[in-house]
Structures are given as structure tokens and as C-alpha cells.
Design a protein around this ligand. Structure first.
Ligand SMILES: [Ca+2]
Ligand SMILES: [Ca+2]
Length: 286
């Protein structure tokens, strides 16, 4: 995504608008031209750029990937958000922005990685204070945490633009914190190559999800007894993979799933007696 936070204060605001206005109407090579403002990349600063700018006006956004590998990373992020929010608060107070900044909302226009891909992280216990996070444009990966019990800090997250991976979290019991999530643009992988979430008992936090942009893989979650919580899911644009969830007894929860654009892969499921949870109207397209 183009970055309209021209002055880099974490907030697409009036100061950016003034910078943008100063260059409006110019073409590549002319006096006043500045490539930063050509958000549409057509070598001129025009209305198209203004529309892109306007669409992002008002919500603080981090235009980069965010990695939280330990508590210190989380503290640093929260401190940065405090700064962004105080700027936002001042602008709102001065009436400079048509936006009431009460909820401390913010977005990440990159990926958010929580935990570590190589080692188990033990000092991330809670994601509290990330309540303002509304959307992640790239991937959201929550991996290899030893003591993260819930995802309540993500209670206002509505959109993940790319894949959502939750794997190798040894204490995670519930996904309840994701109850406002309504869109995953890529695959949804719960467990998988990183490792299962061995204490995860329920998917009930995913009730807002209607469509998954890629595959749905649920793999290696050895405490998961059912797929209840996926009742809202209608369409999967990839494979449906169920592997090594040794306590899974039924597919109840998938009864509203109508389209899967890939194969159904069921492996290592001795306890699963039949596929009765799947709707009779379910179509596999591949
Ligand atoms: Ca700005
Ligand atoms: Ca342009």
C-alpha cells in the first residue's frame, strides 16, 4: 500500500495534507514534484492520489512490519502508539480532523509477527493494550509462545489482509479474543508446521468469519474436541486440511460451509467417526 503518512508521525493527518497540497498538480520533473506524493504511481500528482490519501485519512497506521518477539518489543510498540495517540488526541481537540479519536484505534499496513519462528517465547503473557488494533494488511502470525493464554488484546481486530497463522502456542486455550475478525485474505492455519496449539480447546472465537481467502488448515491441536465456532464459515478458497487433532470427534461446526475450492484432506484422525458435520450442499471445486 502507498504510504500517505508523508511526515512519518504515524498518522495520516492535516500536516500530511498540507505537504500534499503543496505538490498538487505537478508532474515528474517539474518544480515542486516529489515522488512521495504520487501514491498512484502515474508520474503526476493528481486527483487519483488525493482519493488514496483521503481513504487513509484519520486512522493512525504503522506502515511497516511489526515484530513482537518479547515483552520489551511489546512495550516499545505500546510506547510508540502512545506518541501517535497523543498527536491524534491533540489534532482531534483542535478540530483539525473530522474524527473522534476516542478508541485509540490503529492499523498495521504490514505484517504483525508475535512470538518467534525459531525459539519458544515465555515472557509474552498477554496482548492487552493492543485493543486499538483494527486491521493488519499483511500476515498475522502468532507462534511459539509458552505462556500466552488468550488473545483478548485483539478484541477489535476485524481484518487480516493476508494469512493468519496461530501455531506452537503451548498455553493458548481459546481464540475468543478474535470474535470481531470477519475477514482473512489468505490462508488460516491453526497449528501446522510450526506445531499445534496443544491446549487449544475451542475455535469459538472465530464465529465472525464467513470466508477464508486461502486454505483452512487445522493441524496438531491435540486438545481440540470440536470445530464449533466455525458456524459462520461459508467459503474456503483453498484446501480444507484436518490433521493430527487427536481429540477431534466430529466436524460439527462446518455445517454452513458451502464451497471449498480445493481438496478435503483428513489425516491421522482415528477418533473421527464420519464426516457427518459437513453440509449435504457442500461443493468442492478444484
Ligand atoms: Ca502524518
Ligand atoms: Ca498520481
Amino acid at each position: 500500500m502507498p504510504n500517505p503518512d508523508f511526515d512519518g508521525n504515524g498518522w495520516v493527518d492535516l500536516s500530511d495534507f498540507f505537504l500534499f497540497s503543496g505538490a498538487f498538480g505537478t508532474r515528474a520533473g517539474q518544480k515542486g514534484w516529489d515522488r512521495r506524493f504520487d501514491l498512484s504511481k502515474n508520474e503526476r500528482i493528481d486527483l487519483g492520489d488525493f482519493y488514496i490519501f483521503s481513504a487513509q485519512f484519520g486512522t493512525p497506521t504503522l506502515y511497516r512490519d511489526v515484530e513482537i518477539r518479547n515483552q520489551a518489543d511489546l512495550d516499545a510498540l505500546l510506547e510508540e502508539l502512545e506518541t501517535i495517540n497523543s498527536i491524534a488526541g491533540q489534532e482531534a481537540e483542535q478540530g483539525q480532523i473530522p474524527y473522534s479519536h476516542k478508541k485509540k484505534e490503529f492499523r498495521i499496513d504490514g505484517s504483525l509477527f508475535i512470538g518467534d519462528s525459531l525459539t519458544t517465547v515465555s515472557n509474552i503473557v498477554s496482548l492487552a493494550r493492543l485493543e486499538g488494533l483494527q486491521g493488519v494488511a499483511g500476515q498475522l502470525v502468532i507462534q511459539n509462545t509458552a505462556n500466552l493464554i488468550g488473545l483478548e488484546g485483539l478484541a477489535n481486530l476485524q481484518v487480516v489482509g493476508d494469512k493468519l497463522v496461530i501455531g506452537g502456542n503451548k498455553a493458548l486455550a481459546s481464540l475468543e479474543g478474535l470474535s470481531r475478525l470477519r475477514q482473512v485474505g489468505g490462508s488460516l492455519i491453526i497449528g501446522g508446521d510450526i506445531g499445534g496449539n496443544t491446549r487449544l480447546q475451542s475455535l469459538s472465537g472465530l464465529r465472525g468469519l464467513e470466508e477464508i481467502g486461502g486454505m483452512l488448515a487445522i493441524d496438531g491441536n491435540t486438545s481440540l474436541a470440536s470445530l464449533a465456532g466455525l458456524e459462520g464459515l461459508i467459503k474456503i478458497n483453498g484446501q480444507l486440511i484436518l490433521k493430527n487433532n487427536s481429540t477431534l470427534l466430529s466436524l460439527d461446526g462446518l455445517e454452513n460451509l458451502t464451497v471449498v475450492k480445493g481438496q478435503l484432506v483428513v489425516e491421522e484422525h482415528a477418533q473421527l467417526e464420519n464426516l457427518a458435520g459437513l453440509a449435504s450442499t457442500l461443493t468442492f471445486l478444484f
